[in-house]
Each structure stands twice: as C-alpha cells, then as structure tokens.
Design a protein around this ligand. Structure first.
Ligand code: COA
Length: 455
C-alpha cells in the first residue's frame, strides 16, 4: 500500500539583527518607496559576526529537535540544501552533525546520512523530494529525516541586488504519517533550462545576478513546471479535463520569494496562463484590454517586455486577481517582507508565514509549493494539510521572533557585510546558541571552520 509521507513539523531560525529598508534606500540615494512598495521589502535579516549558513542551519535543527523531544537515535538523515555554504567540499550537514553532538553527546549522530544538495534557491525542494521518496520506499532505518534550507542572500554593496538581501534557515521534519502536510508525489512538475540568470563563482562571497532577466527565467520555468503539474492532475483525474482550471484546485500557494513583489508577478502570470481559456477571461479582457502579441519573442523576452509588464500590471489591479491573491498568497508574504531573501529557505518561510498568519480552518486544504532556483529549475508540487496541523503550528512562533530583533545602523551593516568584525565581536553576544569560534590558520587546517555551542 502507498505510504503517506510528508512534513511533520518545521522550525525557523532568523538572525537577531535587521537593517531597515528605508534606511538602506536613503543611504543609497534611492526613493524608499521603490524598496518598500516597489519590491515589497521593509526589513532585511542580517547575520551577526559569529553566524554563517552552518550555524543558522544548526540553530534551526536544534529548535526542531527540542520542541519535538527528538532522540538522535531516531534520526536517519540530516540533509542540508544551501547555496552559501562556507566550504566547496565539506557539506554543512556534517558541520551541523558536529554542532548537534556538542549538545546531545559525542557520536550520538554518527549513524546518520548527511548529504548536501545544491541548486540555487530550489535546492531544498529537491532535497525534500529525495528524502520523502526514501521514506516512502521503506529504505529508511529510523523514523525521521531532517531537511534544512539555510542561506545568506548577499550582493555587492551599492549593487541593485543589495536591496533584496536577507538570511534565514528552515528545518523540516519528515516522516511517515506526518501531522502537518502530506506530500502528493504523483503530481509534481519540473521545469529546467540551462541558463545564466544568477550564479556565484567559487571565489566570490556575493552572487552575480541579471535581475530583470532572472525574473523572466523564473516565470518561464514556473510555467513549464505548473503545466506539468496540471497535466499530472488531469492524468489522475483530479482535474476532469483541460477545460477546468488549476487555480481552483489550490487553496493556498507558497512561492519562492527573492522579493515579495516577485511573488505577485509569478501569481499574476500563473493566473493569466491558467484563466486564458475560460469564460471569465473575456470579461477580464474587456476590463484590461487584449494580451500583447508575442511577435517572435522568446518566453523570457516576452515576460520582461514592456507590453507584457503593463498588461500584467493592469491584471494585478482587478478585483478577480486581488481576491485570489488575498485568499491564497498574501499571508505567505507577511514574514517575508520583514526578512528579505533567504534563497533555499524562502519558499518554506512563505509556508511558515501562511501558518503563522492565517485564521481560516485549513484542515484538508491543498497547499501548492512553487519553488524556483536560478541556473535554472522550477518545481511545482503540493501537500494536503493534515487534521493535527493546528497543534503543530502553535509552536512555530515565527512572527513573535521577528518582533524581537535589533535594528542595526548602516555603518554596522556595512562592517558585517564586508567581514570587518572578528567572530568574537558580535553585535549581540551569542547565548544558548552555536557560534563560529575561529577559522584555522595552520598548514593542516587553513580555512577550516570551528564551531562551538555557547551556554
Ligand atoms: N515607488 C514605488 N515603486 C517604485 C518606485 C518608487 N519610487 N520606483 C520603482 N518602483 C517599482 C517599479 O515600478 C517596479 O514595480 P512594477 O514591476 O510593479 O512596476 C518595482 O519597483 C521594481 O523596479 P525595477 O525598476 O524593476 O527594479 P530594478 O531594475 O532596480 O531591479 C531587482 C530590482 C529585484 C531585479 C534587483 O534588485 C535584483 O536583481 N535583485 C536580486 C533578485 C534575485 O535574487 N534574483 C535571483 C533569484 S530569483
């Protein structure tokens, strides 16, 4: 019999420091409205001097283990996805194992599998599917797998990407018969194209992004993946014919959010494509005018063309769009506006934000996940929200943690960004947390990172 597998719980770690978006805008001579309204970002999470993607991952995992009273011997895998790992060979998952053993006891996790997956911001979704497939196959030897998405979104000072930075880690607890979300594996759709929209060569700590082009790639790949997802729903008779639309089958959607406005672009493009063949479309066109012709443009060229952007912008203002957006997407962005980008973690933070801000009964609702990673690949998949979800989400505490952070000045932000503070010169001294202790300087350990749990 087919096993029900999925996400049993999740834990979020957000650094305790943030930069105010208006302050950044003023310092860069940009109208603050461009960042707050144009991109939808109010605050950006900034890691302290003792933090990196590995400490954030370990903090999320520790929180997940503590709140579920997990025994290390019940954990089969710790699987990390990141695009900002500090080492090109050693995976963060192994650093996380070492850090957790400082708390739970030496060698208590030496039985785990600990891979790392990389595919820009979609990496954690790939890791999740791998681990769920493994559990569904019955190959797991222990009850739980933990998938951690951890990243620090960082661009050069003064670059256009600077206003879309941020940092976070999300740890997902996976098992058979989950309490939160049951995965629907048979519907998952992928869309992959070899492209150069965003990348980070090994020698750089900041990413290179062709922002507008990347928006086009996101929309192109998402369309390929959602078309495949819809075809799978048709194949399994969830959608009765291609005359039914996909959006009516999804109750909530969590999109990858490099900046919240991108999610509005993605949801509008999704609905335009989904609604095009249906009776309501003529009524909509009568309000906003005809869709612009493609005139031999590639999909990416079309999605970033002025004519299409104007059409999408008009579509985003009509009542039909606003109603769908407010019902299915808006809650996912409440936390994201206060965090910024967090690459692999972003789509899972959107999910946590849905749970932290929704008031309706979500039992048995279908939650779509639309994940995108530059380079480039999109995954469209879905989960059914489980009856026990209310108990689980009570302990997520995302919004409360966001309200307890410390604002830093531009000066401190730039010092942290440029690595001018030593690891023991944190803005907030670490307490009951993992910290980067020092980086090796001898022949045999040059560049090796040593981590410590600080009581
Ligand atoms: N007040 C209000 N809104 C304003 C404004 C102002 N003063 N000035 C501009 N805007 C709006 C624009 O109209 C636009 O909104 P619209 O598309 O709804 O019309 C929005 O702000 C963005 O402006 P735009 O000119 O497109 O921004 P940009 O060219 O400077 O680039 C990014 C923005 C996001 C592309 C850039 O910051 C970036 O590349 N970030 C990295 C993104 C990333 O990580 N991508 C890779 C992974 S997916």
């Amino acid at each position: 019999m087919k096993k029900k597998v999925g996400i049993d719980d999740l834990a979020v770690y957000i650094p305790k420091l943030y930069l105010d978006a208006e302050e950044l805008a003023k310092a860069r001579g940009i109208d603050p409205g461009k960042i707050t309204k144009g991109l939808g970002i109010e605050k950006m999470s900034i890691p302290d001097a003792h933090e990196d993607a590995a400490t954030m991952a370990a903090m999320a995992a520790l929180q997940l283990m503590k709140k579920n009273n997990l025994n290390p011997k019940d954990i089969d895998f710790i699987h990390v996805a990141t695009e900002t790992g500090p080492d090109a060979a050693k995976p963060i998952s192994c650093y996380v194992q070492g850090m957790l053993e400082q708390v739970y006891g030496e060698r208590c996790l030496d039985h785990i599998g600990a891979p790392e997956t990389k595919f820009a911001c979609v990496g954690a979704t790939y890791a999740l599917i791998d681990r769920l497939a493994y559990i569904a196959s019955g190959w797991n030897k222990r009850k739980y797998a933990i998938v951690i998405a951890t990243d620090i979104a960082k661009y050069d000072l003064y670059s256009s990407g600077e206003s879309t930075q941020g940092a976070a880690a999300v740890a997902l607890l996976l098992k058979e018969n989950p309490r939160l979300l049951a995965y629907e594996p048979e519907f998952t759709g992928f869309g992959t194209v070899d492209d150069r929209d965003f990348y980070r060569p090994i020698e750089r700590t900041t990413a290179v992004v062709d922002g507008q082009y990347s928006i086009g790639c996101y929309l192109r790949n998402m369309r390929i993946a959602t078309d495949m997802y819809k075809n799978n729903l048709i194949k399994f008779n969830i959608i009765k014919s291609d005359q039914e639309n996909l959006s009516d089958k999804l109750d909530l959607i969590s999109f990858h959010s490099p900046f919240p406005k991108m999610v509005q672009y993605a949801f509008a493009s999704f609905l335009i494509h989904d609604w095009r063949r249906f009776p309501r479309w003529d009524n909509i066109l009568s309000k906003i005018g005809p869709e612009p012709p493609r005139k031999g443009l590639t999909n990416v060229e079309f999605y970033v063309s002025k004519d299409y952007k104007r059409f999408r912008s008009r579509f985003s203002k009509i009542e039909e769009f606003r109603d769908e957006y407010n019902a299915k997407v808006a809650n996912s962005l409440i936390a994201l506006k206060l965090i910024g980008n967090s690459y692999t973690a972003s789509v899972w933070l959107c999910m946590a934000s849905h749970f932290g801000n929704g008031r309706d009964n979500l039992d048995d609702k279908r939650l779509g996940v639309c994940s995108y990673g530059s380079g480039s690949s999109a995954i469209a998949c879905s989960f059914i929200i489980q009856p026990e979800y209310k108990e689980v989400i009570k302990k997520i505490e995302l919004m409360r943690n966001l309200s307890r952070r410390k604002r830093i000045s531009m000066e401190v932000y730039e010092d942290l960004h440029e690595g001018r503070f030593k690891t023991d010169e944190s803005v907030i001294s670490p307490k009951k947390e993992f910290a980067l202790d020092y980086i090796g300087k001898e022949d045999k350990n040059v560049g090796y990172r040593y981590y410590k749990y600080i009581e």
